[in-house]
Design a protein around this ligand. Structure first.
Ligand code: CS2
Length: 487
């Protein structure tokens, strides 16, 4: 099949799959940084539905910070792409027309800076992954490395996301571009507060503080939808459903959720009419999601990958694993925080396990396992810290950390290699190479990584012993036999 999705072929695709707005009809009001699958299957859909319900110039200019591939794919398709929803019971595909423009930041940072200064742009959303914020995972403090320093102290083209933002804000002030909301949609705790802290620091260094305080807000959000990396099968399904090829197609689960702090000084799309929840304080939702969904996701990813299971749903078939996760949720996660009114962590956890078991999604364990150094603190270590402060022994949460420690050693229980895709990969490997290959040696080597493990945690003998005990089990018997005994 050679015809490609685009404005010219749109009339040929099934009517139910066509965009719910006229592509290109609305002006741009949003810049989105990070044009990965998640944005395309989440915020872009809410924004299209909001424009369909209530209008407004809220077209999205999609910015890819690094990779040019997605930009090329989308340019060849007039910025159209499809999202296929995969459920055990069936599937559906819809084309999204919310993208109003495309930019490649690495190739043309000046164009992105100019966009951020444009008064028509009233919102910047971000899905750039945890590591792009350059915050120390353990403390949340800024990591001022050479790239970021260069962005702040020279006028060369910005290389980092924070650098791009601060240059854009400086240009906006000069252009009198007016107020703007910067909205983190990454899985970070208190993501709005973190982004505010980061921008405040950079604003101080560049003399922008007063303007930022008067003009910029940082709404926090909780975003949720399982959207794995696209595969050849994603594209094959999209082509079969649409009758034309879509090289930028993505797929995800039926469930999606967006909780947004309602703090938009220059207006916003009617996201509330598109199923999002606008609230005064999204933080209870962030806790619920990060500690339960993402915490359990990471635990399953490490245990599953070490057991040689390629996907999350296949990992869940390991006898004992679901029980271990239910105990993790009920005994460690649930008592560690107050969930949002009207929800219980245990019920939410059941729903999460059901979503993870969706056999159509094919989310790879090694994909969820990547960047563990950036994910462990908010997903699992904060639970451990809170439970230890309450005098409890968080047995299941430490199993998750031990599974990460076992995973970063780089091979499955059967001796097959496992990838270590993590900004701290070199430091992790060096530490492991310099210590005895015993459970205690591994635990001590990795607990010494102070950008992951806060001193309170690294110095806790109870936690250390739990980790050594679990790793001893995992080393001696493997994941499957370790979990077989869980009741
Ligand atoms: C996953 C998340 O890759 C990961 O680390 O835990 O991307 C997860 O699928 C989403 O947060 C679900 O909303």
């Amino acid at each position: 099949m050679s015809d490609r999705l685009g404005l010219a072929t749109l009339p040929r695709i099934p009517e139910a799959s066509r965009p719910r707005i006229t592509p290109g009809a609305a002006g741009a009001g949003i810049v989105h940084l990070g044009l990965g699958a998640f944005h395309r299957a989440h915020q872009a859909i809410y924004t299209e539905d909001a424009m369909a319900a209530a209008g407004g110039d809220w077209g999205i200019i999609g910015v890819a910070p690094r990779s040019a591939t997605v930009i090329e794919q989308l340019r060849a398709q007039d910025a159209l792409y499809s999202v296929t929803t995969l459920a055990a019971e069936g599937r559906s595909t819809r084309v999204i027309g919310a993208l109003a423009g495309l930019r490649h930041a690495a190739a043309d940072p000046a164009a992105v800076v100019a966009l951020l200064a444009d008064p028509a742009i009233k919102i910047v959303t971000l899905t750039v992954t945890e590591k792009a914020y350059r915050l120390d995972p353990a403390t949340g403090r800024l990591l001022l490395d050479d790239d970021l320093r260069g962005d702040l102290e020279t006028d060369r083209d910005p290389r980092t996301v924070p650098g791009l933002l601060i240059r854009g804000l400086a240009a906006r002030r000069r252009a009198d571009g007016g107020p703007i909301a910067l909205v983190s949609c990454d899985n970070l705790p208190s993501n709005g507060h973190r982004l505010r802290g980061l921008v405040d620091y950079l604003a101080t260094a560049t003399g922008l503080t007063a303007w930022v305080h008067a003009n910029v807000t940082f709404p926090g959000t909780m975003v949720d939808r399982i959207v794995p990396a696209s595969t050849a099968e994603t594209l094959a399904i999209a082509a079969a459903e649409l009758g034309v090829r879509d090289e930028a197609g993505v797929h995800g689960e039926p469930f999606r959720q967006w909780i947004i702090e309602d703090d938009f000084p220059a207006g916003r799309p009617a996201w509330d009419q598109a199923g999002a929840v606008l609230t005064g304080d999204p933080r209870p939702w962030e806790h619920l999601k990060l500690r339960t969904l993402n915490g359990v996701h990471s635990a399953i990813a490490y245990l599953g990958a070490v057991a040689g299971k390629p996907t999350i749903n296949e990992a869940l078939t390991i006898p004992g694993l679901a029980t271990a996760m239910r105990r993790f949720i009920a005994e460690d996660v649930a008592p560690s925080f107050q969930p949002p009114p009207g929800t219980t962590t245990v019920e939410y956890g059941e729903q999460v396990l059901h979503r993870f078991a969706n056999p159509a999604i094919g989310h790879r364990t090694v994909q969820v396992a990547m960047d563990g150094s950036q994910k462990l603190p908010q997903r699992i270590l904060h639970t451990i810290l809170d439970r230890r402060r309450a005098g409890a022994t968080p047995q299941w949460a430490t199993l998750a950390v031990a599974a990460w420690m076992r995973f970063v050693r780089g091979s499955t229980d059967d001796g097959c290699p496992l990838p270590l895709d993590d900004p701290l990969a070199d430091r992790i490997r060096q530490r492991l190479a310099a210590s005895p290959a015993t459970p205690a040696g591994t635990v001590d080597a990795l607990l010494g990584l102070d950008t992951i493990f806060a001193p309170e945690l690294a110095g806790d003998d109870v936690v250390r012993q739990l980790l050594v005990d679990w790793l001893t089990e995992l080393d001696k018997h493997g994941v499957e036999a370790t979990l077989a005994g869980v009741r």
